[in-house]
Write a protein that binds this ligand. Structure first.
Ligand code: NDP
Length: 332
């Protein structure tokens, strides 16, 4: 079985030489364990943080050890009651072809109910992040004008659509290409969208939201957060979900420089961790699953083929080569 190891801690942008795809023996199954053939694995922005040797909400990857991450696979051997050969499971031992794990650390998923990859994206962790972040952390209410950055990605594309479906007065998104901007408006029903690479974010946001915004969902940080603080209306709320613009930075960010506005406008800026919101999962799957079945919520995935391309997929995610959730397909 092949698995990806981190072999050096990246300085700035990770490079292929910081990783190695290595052969490893498959351990014997113990009681309560299953052997899973991974079919899809997730690559996610938070993994960049786990490559640094710093204390954070997710522990750092160890050098010369397999990396971890979300994956969906099929059980091919079982010593666990309740899990049989042929069952599909979601679990945390991605970045490898085969995984041996305790059955209690997996969740059974049904490929008849939804495509397997969607359990890593629109119906999985990123989807719940969007749902809980917008509705609970940002306390979205009908009539709010919402701005989301990283809007063509897994989390962002869902934030904008949930806001639209829940009665936002205006939904604005930013993304890194004209094609992504087109998808936001034409496929996802955003009222306005702009390419943040085409000009200053603050100017483009003011044009897209002439009456200001009530909610900002931050996936990017930096210049985007500064622009949002300027455009937020009195008593506006921001859910701080991610700051991908600085994950590879070697210098601290220059922005936001306008934090003092938070006082006068009585803004609320609140950090968000999806792990705090597991209690919303059932409600989220029911509501979002329903919207998908009814054709009201759209999603895309960017699927990279083969374990060999796992690191390239991760680097591509950081470069913005994905529209919607980036996943790696390992086997049929
Ligand atoms: P995405 O699918 O959004 O992929 C990442 C995207 O980030 C890229 O496609 C790229 O799109 C964009 N990007 C990369 N660099 C920059 C930059 N310098 N400035 C602006 N945009 C950039 O990933 P996810 O949906 O999985 O995650 C989105 C955010 O949410 C991340 O910040 C992530 O860390 C965070 N997150 C937080 C969670 C939590 O619990 N707090 C849980 C899950 C995700 P483009 O072409 O538009 O540049």
């Amino acid at each position: 079985s092949r698995e990806w190891h981190l072999t050096a801690r990246p300085q700035g942008w990770p490079k292929p030489a910081d990783f190695a795809l290595r052969e490893a023996a498959i351990p014997e199954l113990g009681p309560g364990q299953v052997l899973v053939r991974n079919l899809y694995m997730s690559v996610d922005p938070y993994m960049r943080g786990r490559m640094n040797d710093v204390k954070s909400y997710a522990p750092p990857y160890q050098l010369d050890q397999p990396m971890h991450g979300g994956a969906v696979g099929v059980v091919i051997a079982s010593q666990a009651e309740g899990l049989n050969i042929g069952d599909h499971v979601l679990h945390g031992l991605g970045w490898r072809e085969y995984a041996v794990l305790d059955a209690k650390h997996s969740i059974t998923v049904d490929p008849e109910v939804a495509p397997l990859s969607s359990y890593l994206g629109v119906l999985g962790m990123p989807g719940l992040t969007a749902y809980a972040g917008l509705l609970r952390v940002a306390a979205f209410k009908e009539g709010d004008a919402v701005f989301v950055s990283g809007a063509a990605g897994a989390v962002g594309s869902q934030v904008g659509q949930i806001a639209r479906l829940k009665g936002a007065s205006r939904v604005i998104g930013s993304a890194g290409s004209d094609e992504k901007v087109r998808v936001l408006v034409e496929e996802y029903g955003f009222d306005a969208a702009f390419n943040y690479k085409s000009g200053p974010v603050a100017e483009q946001l003011k044009k897209a939201a002439p009456d200001g915004i009530d909610v900002y969902f931050d996936n990017v940080g930096g210049e985007h957060l500064e622009a949002a603080i300027s455009s937020l209306n009195v008593h506006g709320r921001a859910a701080l979900c991610g700051m991908i613009a600085q994950y590879n930075a070697t210098e601290p960010p220059a922005a936001p420089r306008n934090l003092a506005l938070v006082i006068g406008k009585r803004l609320r800026l609140e950090g968000l961790l999806v792990g705090d919101h597991g209690d919303l999962k059932e409600q989220f799957v029911e509501e979002v699953g329903g919207w998908i079945r009814e054709g009201k919520l759209h999603y895309r995935e960017t699927v990279v083929e083969g374990i060999d391309n796992g690191v390239e997929a991760f680097l591509g995610l950081l470069r913005g080569e994905n529209t919607g959730k980036m996943v790696v397909k390992l086997a049929d």
